[in-house]
Design a protein around this ligand. Structure first.
Ligand code: GLP
Length: 242
């Protein structure tokens, strides 16, 4: 695992966008796995600037979703499909035909999870997976004690994660769904390059457990230690407990 400490979130975004640009330069139809949350936004902004300046061509790129709420209509502004369309696909000028994601509205959620794992495999796998991290060390929506070998499946959110995400639902935790579909940790580990971005002091404990703690399901992100090509990009505040 390589750990890169950057001065601030903007520098982290620039660094990761550059890695994505290099990947697309050598593999124009690469599959970029993207994450939601506030942390990755500087990455998307930096990549958008590169696309608009003509430095990167994303016309053949494909975008893959990490996780999704169960039961929120796809058109709901806070479904992760909507969020990614707004924050990633539209700014980059990528159409939904190049988007891979699980069906959070499926009547048979288990079948939808299996179908998504198959779709990722059929697309040739994820080339670069961008990850954020929860304050409790979760990646995607793999909460603590998720199996490190897990596949895409339905999970129940912890109260802490629902409270953390209430800010996207008018601050009302009651509106945050209880269930989600998430790529499993085993699924995530199949990406060719994992890039985790963490910024701010609130992530310092989770980053320390990820990088310096034992590989343990209690900190799902510690599974990155098992990956042959994992990069953890942290600002100084998030690195403060390393
Ligand atoms: C959610 C998402 C994760 C994300 C996490 C942290 O739980 N499912 O993919 O990493 O939030 O979000 P933020 O970056 O806003 O702190």
């Amino acid at each position: 695992m390589e750990v890169v400490i950057v001065p601030d979130a903007k520098a982290g975004g620039e660094l990761i966008a550059e890695a994505m640009a290099k990947l697309l330069g050598r593999k124009p139809d690469a599959v970029l796995g993207v994450a939601t949350g506030s942390t990755p936004l500087p990455v998307y902004e930096a990549l958008t600037a590169k696309v608009r300046s003509g430095a990167v061509d994303v016309s053949r790129a494909r975008i893959a979703q990490l996780d999704e709420y169960v039961g929120l209509p796809a058109a709901h502004p806070e479904s992760y499909r909507s969020v990614l369309r707004r924050e990633v696909l539209e700014p980059l000028g990528i159409g939904m035909d190049a988007f891979l994601g699980p069906d959070g509205e499926a009547a048979d959620v288990r079948a939808a999870c299996e179908a998504y794992d198959r779709a990722l495999a059929a697309a040739g796998g994820v080339d670069l997976q961008l990850l954020g991290i929860g304050t409790d060390g979760h990646i995607g929506f793999n909460e603590p004690c998720s199996s490190l070998a897990s596949r895409t499946r339905i999970k129940t959110l912890t109260e802490q994660t629902r409270v953390d995400n209430a800010r996207f639902f008018d601050g009302d935790v009651e509106q945050v769904p209880h269930h989600v579909i998430t790529q499993g940790i085993g699924t995530i580990l199949e990406a060719r390059h994992l890039v985790l971005l963490a910024t701010g002091e609130g992530k310092a404990d989770a980053v320390a457990a990820t990088v310096e703690g034992p590989v343990a399901a209690v900190c799902p992100a510690s599974a990155l230690q098992l990956h042959p090509h994992a990069t953890v990009v942290v600002d100084e505040a998030a690195a403060s407990k390393l």
